[in-house]
Design a protein around this ligand. Structure first.
Ligand SMILES: [Zn+2]
Length: 125
């Protein structure tokens, strides 16, 4: 399934489902970014790869967001950013932040910027 155009090259970003340690997760990857295990068991980009855009759906697990959805990735590719809902530790509230593509990490959160209330309504639909 094609989600949109890669922010770094002319490739398409596709979604792939797979299972790891009994958990189903998704990988959103540019069609030009491939990784594989090399002889020393390191997970590296293949020689044919011309791009590095790859994002796992559990990229924001650290901030208690279980899954970065296909819808959110589509919006990120379309608008250059998207809004995500994060949660504090148990008992603390949820909050919203912008996410942008990141060359090194795939995606990164704009911590300094606050999301206006209108952004929250978009997420619900
Ligand atoms: Zn690409």
């Amino acid at each position: 399934m094609i989600l949109g155009k890669c922010p770094y090259c002319d490739g398409s970003v596709i979604a792939r489902k797979f299972e790891t340690q009994g958990k189903k997760i998704k990988l959103y990857t540019c069609e030009n970014a491939h990784k594989q295990y090399d002889e020393s068991e390191a997970f590296v980009f293949t020689a044919e790869s011309t791009c590095t855009f790859r994002v796992y759906s559990n990229a924001f697990l650290k901030w208690n967001k279980r899954s970065f959805s296909q819808y959110e990735m589509k919006k990120l590719l379309q608008d250059g950013q998207t809004t995500i809902r994060l949660h504090g530790r148990k008992g603390t509230g949820e909050y919203f932040k912008y996410v942008i593509p990141d060359k090194e990490y795939g995606v990164s959160i704009l911590w300094e910027e606050d999301v206006p209330k209108e952004g929250e309504e978009e997420l619900i639909s």
